[in-house]
Design a binder for this molecule. Structure first.
Ligand code: PMP
Length: 286
């Protein structure tokens, strides 16, 4: 394991040597941004989209990324090469850097760029075959007027509190509602339903992270002539859907067969879900 090489601001460190300052506001306050990216057979999937989202997240919190986009792409490819990873997961992090114990962001310097390339820990195979059972969290997804969920920040406590509820309920994922009581997303995945020959997913305004997998699934659905609706959803829509699935870089597409112990559709992964997963996987091989 210690053969892993982690990129920190231009240098490589072994796992045990890869460290940042305890005065880094990323550590002190979760003040920073990140991305989770997949690589398939040596090709980084939708790298441009992830780079764009990282820069947008940074802009959203007035954080200047210390290297340019080209350099970031090079660093990602180099980190994959050094670790000899062709199929895996990349965690890209940019911290605010070292500051004082106060909140002042302008006193921070030495913003750190960290790249970790690792093998992927997926949901167990049987969950893809049988589908996930999820529950609704009582933890509400953070309201966009407080902190936009579109900022993929290093502070994931809102999602972690929901994930704790999943764990307590014996589930691998959890549905989060927004402050209007509408379906937002899961703790680390976006949600889709299929009903009345239409694929539906909550819009950005529902207070979600606009997932890149979500975007690819919408593109694929459009290509195959499936009707797609990005519009507000309630739990009722999920209960009465024919199919439901989640999307995320790590998960790809994973079927959901129960919400709050209530069976969705016929309780088995749906045909549209399976078809979209197959097409998604084809897309990752292009
Ligand atoms: N929502 C949240 C809260 C996430 O953390 C993620 C990523 N893990 C997603 C959705 C899915 O985004 P993507 O498809 O870009 O991985």
């Amino acid at each position: 394991m210690d053969s892993m090489k982690i990129y920190i601001s231009g240098k490589y460190f072994s796992r045990s040597e890869a460290k940042v300052s305890v005065f880094d506001h990323g550590f002190l306050y979760g003040d920073g941004v990140f991305e989770g990216i997949r690589t398939y057979d040596g090709k980084v999937f939708r790298l441009r989209d992830h780079i764009e989202r990282l820069w947008e997240s940074a802009k959203g919190i007035a954080l200047e990324i210390p290297i340019d986009e080209k350099e970031m792409e090079r660093a990602i490819h180099d980190t994959l090469a050094i670790n000899n990873i062709k199929d895996g997961y990349i965690r890209l992090i940019v911290t605010r850097g070292e500051g004082t114990l106060g909140l002042d962001h302008y006193l921070c310097h030495d913003s750190q760029v960290i790249i970790i390339a690792d093998k992927l820990a997926l949901y167990p195979r049987e969950l893809y075959e049988n589908g996930l059972e999820i529950v609704t969290a009582s933890t509400i997804r953070v309201n966009p007027s407080m902190l936009s969920p579109q900022v993929k920040s290093m502070n994931y406590l809102n999602n972690i509190l929901a994930k704790i509820e999943a764990y307590k309920a014996g589930c691998a994922e959890v549905l989060m509602l927004n402050s209007r009581g509408e379906v937002a997303e899961c703790s680390g995945d976006n949600i889709f339903i299929y009903k009345r020959e239409t694929l539906q997913t909550p819009p950005a305004e529902a207070g979600i992270l606009e997932g890149i997998t979500r975007r690819v699934v919408i593109e694929i659905a459009n290509e195959i002539g499936l009707k797609v609706k990005e519009s507000p959803m309630t739990r009722h829509d999920v209960f009465t859907a024919n199919e439901c699935f989640l999307t995320g870089s790590a998960a790809e597409l994973i079927p959901v067969v129960k919400l709050d112990n209530r069976t969705i559709g016929n309780g088995k992964p749906g045909e549209i879900t399976k078809k979209l997963l197959a097409l998604f996987q084809k897309e990752t091989k292009k």
